[in-house]
Design a protein around this ligand. Structure first.
Ligand code: FES
Ligand SMILES: [Fe+2]
Length: 441
């Protein structure tokens, strides 16, 4: 059980707060690159700060104070130019470093005064990686943006799913180090939702273990029917420091919007069969996942992450940890809380927290614990999945969140050499189609 003060410390993300300062030491994804394709300016709230994201006509990304440094107009209604973002109120223009680079009337009235040289606005660095936009809100120099191992994989169908969750980020992140919930929130509850209990229970957890490493923690489990040789025990899954879950081929970041809202950023990789190689995506597709069933007014319960969302928001907008009763299943949660508070304390003392990468070479490829790494690297043939083999590696549908747009479902099925019913096409069929397609080009 935590004191009210510790509880608050873990949840507050504003500038100057204990956790807010720790989280600002890391790059965090906060949008999909594709979000700026239709409209190059987007309002963003991140860790309690109101910001404006834009991509100018030269391709520079800016993340500025949402309000103009002149008289605070809303830059969402400005426009981008070759270089920078111009305010619609009096035409001041800012570049992605926060420098004011044009003040139309001031420059007419006082051509030599160079008033603009004394004006800057808040600006944070932004980098594009793996179809995501990443922001760094901490002190400069910024560390490197880590290129996590799966970002380097080829021949994958990647999709990004964004959802706004109306609760504090930290209860979402506690879920990243909570193996036992899987058996109940996902397995047992799903059976009940589908009315498929029939007296049979999913395998129980028998043992769990937690280990810390440079980029977070691994959690390992043995369930009934599994052994110490299973990769769930020998490798485990990753609670990725400081605000992410990594399961081997997908990431789920819990990005604080402010103290009461969280942006769930999911990045999912599915290896396409070798018959579909080479496979490349021009743009990583993204979509917004709904969390509420508008017909019933209840939270959506049908998909894995939606079930997680139900648990998180159910804990209250901000979980009251002074009221909990922690047991053996919560050892990972306790460990993570302690380490976050310790690392935040280090930052407060002016020290560098764990997990930052300053060496550009090291950042270019950061290995993580990955169950089934060989599969993702070596690939597979449609022959291997005939007859429903390997359903986990060749999922018939997107099981993580509800609401996948139809065109994306179709794009996924095409990429996977899959029929609309989710069954694999034959390698010969795929080869003939590809030949036809090549002939039409
Ligand atoms: S308020 Fe933006 S230019 Fe005046
Ligand atoms: Fe879960």
């Amino acid at each position: 059980m935590l004191s009210a003060e510790q509880n608050r410390a873990l949840m507050e993300v504003g500038r100057g707060t204990l956790m807010g300062e720790l989280l600002r030491r890391y790059w965090t994804p906060f949008a999909a690159v594709g979000e700026l394709d239709q409209q190059p300016i987007k309002a963003v709230r991140l860790m309690g700060e109101d910001l404006i994201l834009y991509r100018d006509n030269s391709g520079n990304y800016g993340l500025l104070d949402r309000h103009c440094a002149h008289r605070r107009a809303d830059l969402l209604y400005g426009w981008v130019e070759e270089c920078g973002l111009r305010c619609n109120y009096h035409g001041w223009k800012f570049d992605h470093t926060g420098a004011c680079i044009h003040q139309p009337f001031e420059e007419v009235a006082h051509p030599d005064a160079r008033f603009k040289d004394r004006i800057t606005t808040k600006a944070y660095p932004v980098e594009a990686r793996a179809g995501l936009l990443w922001a760094y809100l901490g002190p400069l120099p910024a560390p490197e943006v880590p290129v996590w191992e799966p970002f380097t994989w080829g021949n994958g169908f990647v999709q990004i799913v964004l959802s706004e969750i109306p609760c504090n980020w930290f209860q979402c992140q506690e879920n990243s180090i909570d193996p036992v919930h899987f058996e109940w929130l996902h397995d047992n509850w799903s059976l009940r939702i589908k009315g498929q209990t029939n007296g049979k229970a999913p395998p129980m957890h028998l043992r769990i273990a937690f280990d810390e490493f440079e980029y977070g923690f691994t959690y390992r489990r043995i369930r009934e029917g599994q052994s110490e040789q299973d990769e769930l025990w020998t490798v485990g899954r990753t609670c990725l420091w400081p605000n992410c879950l990594f399961t081997g081929n997908h990431f789920e970041w819990r990005v604080p919007i402010d103290d009461e809202r969280t942006l769930s950023v999911g990045w999912f990789f599915d290896r396409v069969p070798e018959e579909m190689e080479p496979f490349r995506q021009e743009r990583t597709p993204y979509w917004h996942g709904p969390i509420k069933d508008e017909r019933t007014g209840r939270w959506i319960e049908s998909h894995v992450m939606n079930q997680d969302f139900v648990a998180w928001v159910g804990q209250g907008t901000q979980a009251d940890r002074t009221q909990e009763h922690l047991g053996e299943s919560d050892r990972g949660v306790i460990l993570m809380r302690r380490r976050l508070l310790e690392e935040a304390e280090k930052v407060k003392q002016g020290l560098e927290p764990k997990g930052l990468i300053r060496d550009p070479t090291a950042a270019r490829f950061v290995q993580l614990p990955i169950i089934g790494r060989d599969f993702f690297l070596a690939g597979y043939s449609l022959r291997d999945v005939e007859g429903g083999n390997n359903p986990f590696r060749y999922p018939k549908q997107f099981i993580f969140q509800a609401g996948q747009p139809e065109e994306l479902t179709r794009a996924y099925q095409d990429a996977m050499g899959m029929r609309p019913d989710g069954s694999p096409r034959s390698p010969e069929e795929v080869a003939a189609d590809r030949k036809d397609a090549a002939a039409t080009v």
